[in-house]
Design a protein around this ligand. Structure first.
Ligand SMILES: *Cc1c(COP(=O)(O)O)cnc(C)c1O
Length: 411
């Protein structure tokens, strides 16, 4: 059974001030997730989690995570500006972009972010438009040497990163152009809960760092293991044992860099989902009940608020607030109001008998939830609220209004 960090009574009180649907983030849970990750990697030199801004692009959350020692991993100009608004700058920022426009490299350079390049050709492009920084990292795509997983796909079919041969050429070119500080990055899996897969990525990168250093006579100061650590979406799923991941990466690190006199690179991660995913809820009300060939509950949220079920067939657990202890005696398709038949949060989901006005909490939407929202069918984006440890609630992004929707039209 999945627990909620707020009661049904509390949710009703919040909904009385903030109309449903809304996203509700649990500050204590988010802090706890960052602390657990930091603890698992406390052994690593200069460890830093760069929270993947795209997962939950809200500067209030970035600032909260900065208090826990996290930086921000950005992939676009708006994400860089969100991180700047949260007070982050310099090497607390990682810029991991692809197919990058010049103005984004310029902004990343202005903020002093660490640059993680998706192609060797970006060296020359960067030099021309924004100037080469002292530090350069490349994103490695191992292609057929590694398997990805279902969400991210097979590495050789992924658009990201450079080949092994290109890494050698790229670092040599960077060195010859005057770059003096080097990092290496890979992100191969998404929502991965198997520690062995995460440790294998680390081992692969550490081995590569040794080979690149020896061949090119350069020193790596940073290895960035990417994000992609998974979370338990289904009640029967187990969370990733971060202590096992940390210990496995540590063993690989010591095997690679434990020798006397070898440089010991700093370690970084760019997790998004792991940090905020389990600590965000979409609170939505039952608007209509309908029975045709199936039994439907029409909610006031739609796939435009949360597209993961429609996009990936993702499972999100759903609690009927105030009825969690009642038997799940009915089966409902939970729908939004888009003119799209895949506008469903769940199909034939066993739930207690619903009534119009019931509040539902859709779990594990803290990452890649609100962020993937859109305006199809003229739907307006929901508000984001932050539940603080003392039970108080803060509006951290208001709901969109009709005026927002019309604001971009030419007059
Ligand atoms: C999406 C992404 C992340 C974060 O992924 P999670 O699955 O949320 O941990 C990290 N780094 C890069 C480059 C990404 O594209």
């Amino acid at each position: 059974m999945k627990r909620l960090p707020f009661s049904a009574v509390q949710a009703r009180a919040i909904a009385a001030c903030h109309p449903t649907p809304f996203y509700l983030y649990d500050a204590a849970g988010i802090r706890g997730a960052a602390q657990a990750l930091n603890a698992a990697f406390a052994w690593a030199p200069r460890f830093r989690e760069y929270f993947a801004v795209k997962a939950t692009p809200n500067p209030h959350l970035l600032a909260l995570l900065a208090e826990e020692g996290c930086g921000a991993d950005c992939s676009s100009l708006p994400e860089l500006l969100l991180a700047e608004r949260a007070g982050l700058a310099g090497e607390a920022l990682m810029f991991t972009s692809n197919n990058t426009p010049a103005e984004e490299f310029i902004a990343a350079r202005r903020l002093g972010a660490l640059l993680n390049l998706d192609d060797v050709g970006h060296l020359e492009y960067l030099a021309r438009h924004a100037g080469l920084p002292a530090f350069i990292s490349f994103r490695y795509n191992p292609g057929p040497l590694r398997e990805g997983n279902a969400i991210i796909g097979r590495p050789e079919e992924a658009k990201f990163g450079v080949t092994r041969a290109q890494l050698f050429a790229g670092y040599a070119a960077a060195r010859d152009l005057g770059v003096t500080r080097f990092g290496l990055h890979a992100m191969i899996v998404s929502n991965e809960r198997d520690p062995a897969s995460l440790v294998a990525t680390a081992r692969m990168l550490f081995t590569l760092v040794l080979e690149l250093s020896a061949t090119l006579d350069i020193t790596f100061e940073l290895v960035n293991l990417g994000g992609g650590i998974g979370i338990p979406y289904r009640p029967e799923d187990a969370p990733v044992d971060l202590a096992v991941v940390g210990a496995g990466v540590r063993a690989a690190y010591e095997a690679a860099f434990g020798g006397a006199g070898l440089p010991r690179p700093a370690l970084a991660l760019e997790c998004g989902r792991l940090i905020t995913g389990p600590h965000g809820y979409l609170v939505t009300a039952v608007r209509h009940l309908k029975r045709t060939y199936r039994q439907y509950a029409g909610l006031d949220a739609t796939m435009a608020d949360l597209m993961r079920p429609a996009l990936y067939g993702a499972y999100h657990h759903i609690t009927v607030l105030g009825k969690a202890d009642r038997p799940a005696s009915e089966r409902y398709d939970l729908t939004g109001s888009l003119c799209e038949n895949n506008d469903k949060f769940a199909v034939a989901r066993p739930l207690p008998t619903l009534a119009v006005g019931d509040l539902l909490a859709i779990h594990d939407v803290g990452a890649h939830g609100h962020a993937m929202g859109f305006n199809y069918n003229g739907k307006l984006r929901a508000a984001e609220l932050l539940l603080d440890a003392d039970g108080s609630v803060r509006l951290i992004r208001r709901a969109e209004t009709l005026a927002d929707y019309f604001a971009t039209l030419a007059l």
